[in-house]
Write a protein that binds this ligand. Structure first.
Ligand SMILES: C[S@@+](CC[C@H](N)C(=O)[O-])C[C@H]1O[C@@H](n2cnc3c(N)ncnc32)[C@H](O)[C@@H]1O
Length: 298
C-alpha cells in the first residue's frame, strides 16, 4: 500500500513479519529486555522502512548505509512474556528496500558471533560487516567503509554513557547521516550527575564533547529529574547543531513501569528526516497515539 504523501510503502507495518523471523529458539545468546524495548525498536524499524522506501534507489544518493554502533546479539527476549523480537541490526538487514551496506559494531565476542550467525541465516544476501570492537576506537575503519555520497542511518543504542561525541563527529562530519541516539538520561545522568560534576573529565563530558555545560548547570536550582533530562538532552542537541550542522531534532521519552528510563533523540541535517520521523512516530507499537514529549513530571 502506498503512502499518499511520499508515494512509498509505509502504511503496512512489517513488525509482526520481522518478529516471526526470530520466534524460534536458535540456541544463540539473546538480550533479556523490558517490554519498553519493543517500542524503541519498533520506532526505529518504522524510520528505517520509510527512509529506505523513499531513498534507497533515489538518484540523489550513492546508496544507503546502516551503521549500528551497539548492535547486540540480534535477538531480544522480553522478560515478562518471553516473546522474542529482532534486534536493531536484524531489523535493518530485513528492510523491504535493502541497504547497500550494513556495518555493525559489538564489543562482546559472544554477541558479535551470534549476530554474524543470525545475519547469515536470516539475511544471507545482505552486505554486512560486523566488527567485534569498541565503537569509539573502530570509528576510523567504519568511515573508510562508507561510500562517498551515500545516505547513512546510524543507531547509537548503548546501555549507559558509552560513546563519545568525537565518535559521532568522526562518523557524520561532511556526510549525510541521520542519527537515532539512546540518551541515557533518567537511568544514568539523573542518578550520577553529582559524580560527573565532581570529576575532572567524566563520561558525561565525553558524551557531550564539552565541559562548558558546567557553567549553565551551576545556575539551575530546580534539580527535578525532568529538568535534568531536559537540560542534558538540550546540551547534546546544541552540540549536534553547533558543531556538526544538525537541524532537525525530535525526542521520544521511553518509560518503564517506574517512570522515565531514557530519551530517544532523533537528529537529521535535512528537513525531510524530521518529516519522516513525524510521520512514523504518530503511533506507538500498540497502535496508541503518541503523547509528545512536553516535560511531563516523572
Ligand atoms: C543496549 S545493547 C544494544 C542492543 C541492540 N541495539 C539491539 O537492538 O538488540 C548494547 C550493546 O552494546 C555492546 N557494547 C557495550 N559497549 C560497547 C562499545 N563501547 N562498543 C560497541 N559495543 C558495545 C554491549 O555488549 C551490548 O550488546
Amino acid at each position: 500500500m502506498k503512502c499518499p504523501q511520499w508515494g512509498c510503502s509505509v502504511a503496512k507495518d512489517r513488525w509482526p513479519e520481522l518478529c516471526k523471523t526470530v520466534e524460534s529458539d536458535d540456541d544463540l545468546p539473546v538480550r533479556d529486555v523490558g517490554s519498553w524495548t519493543e517500542d524503541k525498536l519498533w520506532f526505529w524499524h518504522r524510520y528505517v522502512e520509510i527512509t529506505t522506501a523513499a531513498m534507497a534507489k533515489h538518484q540523489k544518493w550513492n546508496g544507503m548505509v546502516y551503521v549500528d554502533m551497539f548492535a547486540g546479539p540480534g535477538v531480544c527476549k522480553i522478560r515478562s512474556s518471553e516473546r522474542r523480537i529482532p534486534g536493531s541490526t536484524i531489523v535493518a538487514a530485513q528492510a523491504s528496500k535493502p541497504f547497500t551496506k550494513i556495518i555493525a559494531v559489538e564489543l562482546d565476542s559472544e554477541n558479535a558471533n551470534a549476530l554474524r550467525m543470525r545475519l547469515q541465516t536470516i539475511a544471507p544476501d545482505a552486505s554486512v560487516i560486523v566488527y567485534q570492537e569498541d565503537c569509539n576506537t573502530v570509528i576510523d575503519k567504519i568511515v573508510n567503509d562508507l561510500p562517498a555520497g551515500a545516505l547513512t542511518l546510524a543507531f547509537f543504542d548503548p546501555e549507559g554513557l558509552d560513546f563519545e561525541f568525537t565518535t559521532v563527529e568522526t562518523l557524520v562530519k561532511g556526510r549525510a547521516v541521520d542519527l537515532l541516539v539512546l540518551f541515557a538520561d533518567a537511568y544514568d545522568i539523573v542518578r550520577n550527575v553529582d559524580l560527573y560534576v565532581s570529576q575532572e573529565s567524566s563520561k558525561l563530558d565525553r558524551l557531550l564533547g564539552t565541559k562548558e555545560w558546567r557553567d549553565e548547570w551551576g545556575k539551575i536550582n530546580n534539580r527535578k529529574s525532568v529538568v535534568i533530562c531536559d537540560f542534558f538532552a538540550t546540551q547534546f542537541e546544541s552540540q549536534l547543531r553547533d558543531q556538526l550542522g544538525y537541524k532537525e531534532f525530535r525526542r521520544k521519552r521511553i518509560n518503564g513501569p517506574k517512570g522515565a528510563l531514557y530519551t530517544l533523540i532523533f537528529a537529521s541535517k535535512h528537513q525531510k528526516g524530521g518529516e519522516f520521523w513525524d510521520k512514523i512516530s504518530k503511533r506507538d507499537s500498540g497502535g496508541q497515539m503518541e503523547i509528545p514529549f512536553n516535560g511531563d513530571p516523572l
